[in-house]
Ligand binder design. Sequence first.
Ligand code: AMP
Length: 356
Amino acid sequence: MVQINIQELLQLYDTKKLTIATVCSHSSLQIFHGAKKEGFNTLGIAVGENRKKIYDAFPLAKPDEFLMVENYKDILTHTEELKEKNVIVIPHGSFVEYLGADSFMTLDLPTFGNRKVLSWESDRNMERKWLEGAGLTMPKEIKDPHYIENPVIVKYHGAKGGRGFFIAKSYEEFKRRIDKDKTHTIQEFVMGTRYYLHYFYSPIQKDGYKLDTGTLQLLSMDRRDETTIDEVQRLGSIAELEEVGIHPTFVVTGNIPIVMRESLLPKVFSMGERVVEESLKLFGGIIGSFCLETVVTEQLEFKVFEISARIVAGTNPYISSSPYADFIELGLSTGRRIAQEIKYAATHDFLNKILS
Ligand code: AMP
């Protein structure tokens, strides 16, 4: 695999004229809005005029310029012109998905965050090694479906946005519903309430909640709105519906703002801290935004079922700050925080510490 040499790439750059670029989807409105507030030039990468047109409806979040492509993979053929504009790429979930993991890893442009994290978050075994190594509790994994005794959630590998996941309460139910052609994981279905915690780790800042190196912020939290599970009860209980062959699904359609009882915050910070410290040992560190996807049980214990290692769409309700970010700086969104980090790094000659 081609190794990106970030030092070499940055030598070509005028770091006083950086352009913040991302793919026009996911959290791009927030990323452009935040970057513009911090004084950056912005560039949106879009497929199709329809995608581009929606930015006319949101002038404060409209990028200064667009790169129109036929297919997102074509970004790879435009890297030279993007370098001339001193482009820094902000990857979000859809960016990585549309470009493909391999192309993302070899994309010859400075990218916010540490790209090495991708192999750790996208392989469920490596993810478990990382999170459990950090002392977090994950839902139990059931290796053999014959041993399903309590409700489980069955997850297909590579399924995006919870598509195709299902709940099974017995081996018979699992056998009836499993698609044998797809690889899957069987996890204990954790009973409790879901919180998706949005952190920001800076290896270069010194003020705030300190880690061995750098600082950790909690910028916001959300709960995902998932169809049909979150509203299926309008029609009847899940058990009743399953009897007539209607099964709930877990497809994300949006995000709902939420806050947590304050007494849980020490645990939230401790989890974030340990995840960062472990990542520093394993692969040089998770940098910038990340999200722990958790369920809080009635014993007030956190079970973490997934980590997302970049800006998540759950930060979108917080364009003008959140009940947590307000205590850091009024008007601070995650998109703006990313822009601030790049600005600070550019002026203190630290860009190579936050880009890869
Ligand atoms: P994921 O793709 O792993 O983020 O899972 C999609 C959705 O399934 C989550 O947003 C949760 O609503 C639900 N979910 C995932 N894992 C679990 C679990 N172990 N227990 C309960 N619900 C879960």
